[in-house]
Design a protein around this ligand. Sequence first.
Ligand code: FAD
Length: 515
Amino acid sequence: ACLERVSNSIPEGPEPNNNEDDDVLILRKGLEDLQLQGSMEAGFTGKDFGGMHSTKPLAVIRPSGNEDISKVIKLALRTPNLTVAARGNGHSINGQAMAHRGLVIDMKSMDRIEVHQTPSYADVGGGALWADVLKRCVSFGLAPRSWTDYLDLTIGGTLSNAGVSGQAFRFGPQTSNVTELDVVTGKGDIVTCSKTKNSQLFFSVLGGLGQFGIITRARVLLQPAPDMVRWIRVVYSEFSEFSRDAESLITRDERGECESFDYLEGFVFANSNDPVNGWPSVPLDPNHPFDPTRIPCSAGPVLYCLEVALHYRRNDSPSAVDMVVDRLLGQLGYCKNLRFQVDMSYVDFLLRVNVAEQHAKANGIWDSPHPWLNIFVSKNDIPTFDRLIFQNILNHGVGGPMLVYPLLRSKWDNRTSVVLPEGDDIFYLVALLRFSPAYPKGPPVEDLVAQNREIIRCCHKNGLNFKLYLPHYNSEVEWEQHFGNNQWTRFVERKSCFDPMAILAPGQKIFTRKQ
Ligand code: FAD
């Protein structure tokens, strides 16, 4: 009865409730009665990495295990309004890990990492950071196969989306590199699932935007960890040549070629000396600056950088590494003399964004708003995207990296909940990673959000085949369009099966809590 009073008195919408303190007290009592093994505190107004949304949950729970999460979900089920959001590391952009006047489960308390050597896999808590998984695994000479660019993200957070980086062309996204999950569903059931056991739940939660269950453990496939990485960037003035070479490199395996880079990404940059958006964003070694006299006269307002990496072992001879690199780069059509490279340890390579993070923190742009936009664009339409968006709307840059690189559809399992553009065997990830100083030092965030909308409108208007990655919509109709007919029907069926009262991940704004 107490709990009923709490949630009945929770107003719909964001207005503060006058009886807020009373409600929190009553709810605390309800939660205390659950005798959780973990801890709990009253909710405080929280932001995420996007920095554009903030909400106040009623309480934040730090679970000690599956049972705690199950009890919290079952408690929410007994009320008419309460929702539950798992929060990984809160690195979403648009409030996806928030629960306004609901319960937030801070998954970082579930960060166990257990490495098994034969066969090689790690059983990892849903709240562990990928950076910690890396450090733990390399101490056994092992490492996961598929990464994100930045590793202070949780296992549960990236598996709920896809988890993509330069290894995905070989191994698929992180969702293709886990073999078993423990999940607490929206009904409070604790279920172990895999491709062969409770498979519907397994595929639902992968890329499932937190809608079907909370991932509390993932079994992550491992491979032997290399010692070293040669990290190389080469520059193109023509998109057609950049994309031809990038696509040729990612399909070498399919063409039976045994040598291949271990990592491939790319980015677009302004053809100017702008320190953030232009030529200086390319070099990897401070002793080897960008020489703009090497840019062909025919170049347009933007240039393209293909970024590749080759793994090797410390005792491989430098000439052997050079030979492989030369063979792989030899067939490419980049601007000769616009090639940059460094050698570094595998761990430093994977943690490379942490260096950028330290700089960004020092100059305040890590904590400013980040209206990022991530899009998957089909191979057929990426040249048009380049012409309309990169060469026009964004030809001065976005104040941070503008990634663009190809991925192979065959490495993605279409039984997961991830949404990809239909058709082509290759599609591109485009990531506009805006890092502007907060207004008034930088542009108003509303202008940047408006530019994102303009980009999406332009894609629609020109009939481009694309899907948002890390999607964000405000209405069910838009979500339905995002998924497309068949996938929407499947998504709704999965919801009614695993979270029929729509308790979970309300911050995604896909479904409304049922009473
Ligand atoms: P949160 O933001 O906390 O949560 C994200 C969503 O997942 C929420 O809906 C939440 O409720 C749900 N959720 C969280 N944990 C669980 C769980 N255990 N079970 C079920 N649902 C859960 N993505 C890439 O693919 N590749 C990249 O290279 C990449 N780089 C990034 C770099 C930076 C600096 C940032 C900020 C983000 C980057 N991302 C990248 C995006 C990132 O993968 C997503 O934002 C991801 O959701 C963040 O993980 P998180 O642990 O912070 O999750």
